[in-house]
Design a protein around this ligand. Structure first.
Ligand code: FBP
Length: 547
């Protein structure tokens, strides 16, 4: 493949491993774990992998390792750094024993079930060092959940002599990894399963997982772009820019970008839910800021809108819950109806309260909520144009206020959606190092016979020498939630904590940012240069992990 000048230079970046992974590695184990919720139920469902200890790798004496074959899958949405997880895994496997081999299953979990794979060799892997994207083996969203899929997977794992499978994914994919680990252990198949925390959304985190990889790079890309828009906005002074930011449920991305860029407004879905706000309340809040600034001659500004907002508006959330059950139970008869008939069908089946909410939604949004869920049962919020919906509603509200003499300014809007632009960016130094260490950690978990673990790297706000690698039992991350009409064990999503420091920081400043123009322009990611520029972490991580 032809490489850009940037890529050629970036190829030679050498990710730094935490001290505990640099030479020979020993294992330190600390106490038994329990799941985050529904302990009795989860213990019963995962008798073979429940309660295992958290592990940490420290420098030590290591025995020799017999050669082994390992498989790897990239699952779900792309996140910067995925390639470095694979290069870290590959390099460590080869260091443990040069005869070790790595196989990549193609286009996500489907590759395992359909037996589509490649061997990842030194020459092949070298082209992907420090690059963005998941194209080394491709990704997909097939949900691994049936025994039939597990058995089909086992056929190919047995054929290739694979001792362990690494699943690099978000909360849903790691839930699958957990179920698969338990299944193979119960069957005594001798296949270990290890997960890796991936998602730009930043919602796969807990005490042991400081951040999911990709969040750092993606938020830097979006903040760079938002900064550019803010500069444009402050130059022309004639538009209100509505920027929707990815993050299916949690608003971590929007919050981080707000902390970096100081926009005039940043909606936080979790707060909207907590305050039981309606769509009208949200529009009202935005219009008040627009009117305040207009009164002072500022007919411009920037509003950040988290992608998942619509689901967090309590009335719409309740509607979605009922629609989820409806589609899960009646999906087959519903699927073949025309668009008009589908709307009728839904109106005839919804409870009175949710029917009223459904009827008041703009038809394009109502339609989107009634379409197929992704394989994990999620509404495809990236397809809902919330930023346009909000600005449209603001136009109507401000026109009404104008008639009532409450608004005398001008309102013209521009819309942006930043999501796919950041998911395949070249990983920042932070993500390049973090991911390489996660891959290396996964290799050591395998070499130490672990299964049902997620690879972890902690203390990443500190200098590299103080980073700590290890693993956390996947069962310790589970709780029971309703999915596709049934209660299922799933990894608990980490939403924005309204008592956490990042949100409090926003609250402390947002009044000032809405009234005055306080834009900050973070600029693009820097890969070389002064450490305070090119090694800086996200503000979220800094606030969450330091005093
Ligand atoms: P993951 O949870 O798999 O990491 O994906 C997250 C995400 O990037 C969301 O931010 C977004 O809503 C969704 O993927 C988009 O999905 P798709 O790639 O299927 O369009």
């Amino acid at each position: 493949m032809e490489k850009s000048v940037f890529q050629i230079a970036r190829d030679s970046y050498k990710p730094v491993l935490p001290k505990g992974l640099r030479t020979a590695v020993s294992l330190k184990e600390t106490g038994a774990t329990t799941s985050v919720g529904d302990q009795d139920e989860i213990k019963k469902m995962f008798p073979n992998t429940y309660g295992m200890p958290v592990v940490e790798f420290i420098e030590g004496i290591e025995g020799g390792h017999d050669p082994m074959n390992v498989g790897v899958i990239l699952s779900g949405g792309q996140a910067p750094g995925g390639h470095n997880v694979i290069t870290g895994l590959f390099d460590t496997l080869k260091k443990l024993n040069p005869h070790n081999r790595l196989f990549g299953f193609l286009l996500g979990p489907e590759g395992l079930v359909e037996h589509k794979y490649i061997e990842i060799t030194e020459t092949y892997v070298n082209d992907f060092r420090n690059t963005g994207g998941f194209d080394i083996i491709g990704s997909g969203r097939t949900k691994l959940e049936t025994e039939d899929q597990f058995e089909k997977g086992y056929e190919i794992l047995k054929y290739l002599g694979i001792k362990a499978l690494v699943i690099i994914g978000g909360d849903d994919s790691n839930t699958n990894a957990c179920v698969l680990a338990e299944y193979y252990k119960a069957k005594d198949y001798g296949v270990q399963v290890i997960g890796c925390p991936k998602t730009i959304d930043g919602d796969l985190k807990c005490e042991q997982i400081e951040t999911s990889f990709g969040f750092d790079t993606a938020t830097k890309v979006y903040s760079g772009l938002i900064g550019n828009i803010e500069r444009d906005c402050n130059s022309a002074r004639k538009y209100w820019h509505f920027v929707k930011l990815m993050g299916r449920s949690a608003s971590h991305i929007a919050l981080e970008c707000a902390l970096q860029c100081h926009p005039n407004m940043c909606l936080i879905s979790e707060e909207v839910q907590e305050k039981d706000m309606s769509l009208n309340d949200v529009v009202d809040q935005i219009c008040k800021v627009i009117a305040y600034r207009a009164d002072r001659g500022m007919n411009y500004g920037v509003v950040l809108v988290p992608e998942g907002l619509i689901e967090f508006i309590p009335a719409i959330g309740r509607l979605i819950d009922e629609l989820n059950d409806l589609l899960a139970f009646h999906g087959d008869e519903y699927k073949y109806l025309s668009t008009g008939e589908q709307r009728e069908y839904i109106l005839n089946h919804l409870s009175h309260k949710n029917k009223t909410t459904f009827e008041t939604l703009p038809s394009d949004v109502a339609r989107q909520l009634s379409l197929d869920r992704d394989p994990h049962g999620n509404v495809q919020v990236s397809l809902i144009e919330t930023e346009k919906l909000l600005s449209r509603m603001c136009t109507h509200r401000l026109a009404k206020w104008k008639k009532e003499g409450k608004f005398s300014g001008k309102f013209a809007s521009q819309h942006h959606f930043f999501g796919y632009e950041g998911r395949c960016a070249a990983p920042s130094n932070y993500d390049a190092n973090y991911c390489y260490a996660l891959g290396s950690s996964a290799a050591h978990l395998i070499a130490n016979g672990k299964t049902g673990y997620m690879a972890t790297v902690r203390n990443t706000y500190a200098p590299h020498d103080e980073w700590k690698a290890g693993g956390v039992p996947l069962t310790s991350l589970l709780n029971m939630e309703r999915r596709n009409g049934e209660m299922k064990p799933v990894i608990c999503k980490a939403l924005v904590d309204l008592n956490g420091r990042p949100f409090k920081e926003l609250v402390m400043h947002r009044d000032e940012w809405s009234k005055e123009t306080s834009f900050v322009y973070p600029g693009p990611i820097q890969y070389w240069g002064p450490s305070e520029v090119c090694d800086r972490t996200t503000i979220t991580l800094a606030l969450e992990r330091t005093e």
